[in-house]
Design a protein around this ligand. Structure first.
Ligand code: ACO
Length: 299
């Protein structure tokens, strides 16, 4: 389908990215509805009620409606009232949201936190730019996190390189400033590729060292699904079996911060996770932001 309007081919996309399909929202569908659906599904699966959620964090990079927040729409969509906020750490947003949730749980300000990552990157790209538009898909993933033991360590970081990957939305003109043009997503793919591999490796290795956990004792490494070659490079350098790196990028493309919660949900619903399993999650995004989490699964 893409090759009918772009100078591209299925074989190029498959070989260079590992992506075979992506889901793109159409007329009549909305990011808000997708986010609420993911939220409801996570609440049901967690076995809590909407009224037991004391905080909602929504990770989102770009959307049509900037105010109110997407999280405030989700509060109404699941039929409750609670504090909420949006975070934007680009594709690393899920890890940054988990870091905030960890602080809220540790301080006793909340007991059950709903994190929803909802992204529509297909509205950020220029559909004439074959080097970016083929990479992305829309999606939402959600989790409910509750206070457990001490078996969770999170590391986040930002190296400021805004020029390498950015999207610029348009603001209203004022009597003092003219109208600005929106700039579709611009990306230096090779720079992103190098940063993705080096930051993920660094984050994962330092987490494992900090908890003195052997890399072989981690059941799964859930990596941001941006390019299958990035995932391959990370498992190659780590010298860990490929089966510890589950992937679903072929089905969804890069869904930005939603990619890890979607992957986690698929693994969980397929019965792939057991209480006591060590999991690592690692993501990188525009900024550059990066973050990783080491957690003992307990459900
Ligand atoms: N179809 C056919 N040819 C293409 C396409 C396409 N869709 N896109 C680019 N090309 C061409 C280029 O124009 C170039 O042609 P040229 O040699 O005539 O100039 C050639 O393919 C090679 O281009 P490269 O950019 O060198 O290709 P590369 O192997 O680096 O792959 C890619 C490009 C897939 C973007 C890769 O660099 C990558 O995945 N980088 C990481 C990007 C990423 O993760 N982005 C996510 C951003 S958001 C986030 O998750 C942080």
């Amino acid at each position: 389908m893409l090759a009918t309007f772009l100078d591209t081919s299925d074989s190029w996309i498959t070989e260079r990215t590992g992506i075979k399909q992506r889901q793109i929202m159409s007329e009549g569908e909305s990011l808000e509805a997708l986010a609420v659906e993911a939220a409801k599904s996570a609440i049901e699966n967690a076995g809590v009620t909407a009224n037991e959620i004391n905080y909602i964090i929504c990770s989102n990079t770009a959307k049509e409606m900037l105010a109110p927040t997407l999280s405030s729409i989700i509060v109404g969509g699941i039929g409750t009232q609670c504090p909420c906020m949006d975070v934007n750490a680009a594709c690393a947003g899920f890890i940054f949201a988990l870091d905030l949730a960890d602080s809220l749980l540790s301080s006793g300000k909340a007991e059950n936190i709903l994190i929803v990552c909802a992204e529509e990157p297909t509205r950020m790209v220029d559909w004439n730019d074959r080097s970016t538009c083929v990479l992305f898909g829309d999606g939402a993933g959600a989790v409910v996190v509750s206070k457990g033991g001490e078996e969770c360590t999170i590391k986040t970081n930002t190296v400021s390189k805004p020029e390498v990957l950015y999207y610029r939305g348009a603001l209203q003109p004022t009597p003092f400033q003219g109208e600005e043009e929106c700039t579709a997503l611009r990306m230096n793919g090779q720079e992103v590729f190098k940063y993705a591999v080096s930051s993920s490796l660094h984050d994962i290795q330092s987490l494992l060292r900090s908890r003195n956990i052997d890399k072989e004792n981690v059941k799964y490494y859930l990596l941001h699904q941006a390019n299958v070659r990035i995932i391959d490079a990370i498992h190659h350098y780590m010298k860990v079996d490929e089966c510890k790196f589950p992937r679903n990028i072929a089905k969804y493309g890069n869904t930005s911060s939603a990619s890890i919660p979607i992957l986690l949900d698929e693994l969980n619903r397929a019965g792939g996770l057991e209480s006591g399993d060590w999991l690592v999650m690692s993501a990188f995004g525009a900024g550059f932001t990066s973050g990783a989490l080491l957690i003992k699964w307990d459900k």
